[in-house]
Each structure stands twice: as C-alpha cells, then as structure tokens.
Design a protein around this ligand. Structure first.
Ligand SMILES: [Zn+2]
Length: 236
C-alpha cells in the first residue's frame, strides 16, 4: 500500500492543476454564453420598442392622411355653403357639417400630437439602446476573443498535464484505487489525498479515531478520512 500511496502522491499535484484547468476550460465558454444571452435579450427588447414605434408612426400617418382628407372636405363644404346663401336650410346643413368636421379635425390633431410625443420618446429610447448595444457588442467581441485565446491555452495545458500524468502513472495503480482517487478529485475540488498529522486530517482538520491511525500505520489497505473521505497518508 505504501507504493500505491507514493504513486498517488506523485500525481496529486498534476491532478490538482488538471482539475483547475478543466474547470477554467468549461467556465469560459459558459460565461461567454451567458453574456451573449444577456446581449441578445437587450437586442430583443430594442426590437420590441422599435416595433411599437413603427406601429405608432403608421397610426400617426393614418391620422395625418385622414385629417388632410377632412380639411379638403371642409374647404369643399365652405365653397358649397358660399354658393347656397339663398337656401337657408342647405346653408344650415353645410354649416353643421363644417362644425362637425372642425371638431373631428381638432380631436384628431390632439390625438396625433400625443402619438407624436410618445413616438419621440420611443425613438429616443431606441437610439439610446442602439448606442448601448453597439458598445456592448464591442466589449463582447473582445471578451469572446480572449475566451478563444484562453481556451486554446487551457486546451494545450490539459494535453501537457495529461501526457505527464500518463508518464508518471505508467499503469502502476490498481483500478479500484484509481477509481476511488478520481472520484474524490471531483468531489473534493481536485484534492483527493490528505496527510494525517497527529491524528488530524490535513484535508478537513478533523481528528480521526485511533483505529484509523492504526490501520493507516499497518499500511495494508486504503484508508480514508471518516469526515471528508480523502485518502489518508502518513508524513514521511
Ligand atoms: Zn478529512
């Protein structure tokens, strides 16, 4: 068992670095995805506001076209009224229509004005968002480039570490021990081994019962810390 522990101690530093590089290797692209999603949400929000603006602009155009027609109608009615001075009933009818048109135009203009104000607001927001998004895209592009560079570096380092690990290990460890060790690497942040110093596990700083110390001293089987599960070894 001493030899097994020695072999494990020989790769633990590599495995700790492997664990960290692996985590970095996974973290960077994930972080980029999150940033991209945030940015896409902003773009979507901008498009929604722009859609609202376009609808409003169409409504304003409709109101303008309608009031233009009503004004033309009013001029026509005024002309007709001038020609019908002799006919009191007809004159009254034209005057009535003229008043209705005037009121409708007034109302439409008021509504139109409110729409124009709202459209100006929306336009300002779209423009502000466009500027924000353009800036964020620049930052994102730079970040994304860094992720590519760092991922490539991490990938290269992983290869080096794995090659070195293979070299040091050389198929010398029993598969069941390696299995326990590797599961602990994942479960314990890349540190699967712990020195037992004065019956205190240096991985979790808990004292172990006397029988654990005895078993470890006998060096017959693999001994794990009862608290943190790490594989224990005695100081040299
Ligand atoms: Zn422990």
């Amino acid at each position: 068992m001493q030899e097994v522990l020695r072999a494990l101690r020989g790769i633990q530093d590599l495995d700790f670095e492997l664990f960290q590089v692996n985590r970095e290797y996974a973290r960077l692209p994930a972080e980029r995805d999150v940033k991209r999603e945030e940015l896409d949400r902003r773009i979507h929000r901008r498009d929604e506001i722009d859609g609202e603006l376009k609808t409003l602009q169409a409504q304003i155009k409709e109101i303008e076209d309608h009031t233009t027609m009503q004004r033309q109608r009013m001029r026509k009615v005024e002309g007709e009224a001038a020609k019908s001075r002799a006919d009191a009933a007809l004159l009254a009818a034209f005057q009535h229509e003229r008043q209705s048109l005037r009121r409708e135009i007034g109302e439409a203009e008021e509504e139109g004005l409110q729409f124009v104000e709202r459209a100006d607001e929306l336009k300002a927001r779209v423009e502000a968002l466009d500027a924000e998004i353009a800036e964020a895209e620049t930052v994102f592009t730079e970040f994304s480039g860094n992720v590519d560079t760092e991922s490539a570096e991490a990938g290269k380092r992983l290869e080096e570490l794995n090659a070195e690990r293979e070299k040091r290990l050389g198929g010398s460890l029993p598969p069941d021990v390696l299995d326990v060790y590797e599961r602990l690497l994942q479960a314990r942040e890349g540190v699967a081994l712990a020195e037992l110093d004065q019956r205190v596990c240096q991985g979790c700083y808990m004292s172990v019962p006397a029988n654990v110390f005895v078993r470890l001293s006998r060096a017959v089987d693999l001994v794990q810390c009862p608290s943190c599960d790490r594989i224990l070894y005695l100081p040299d």
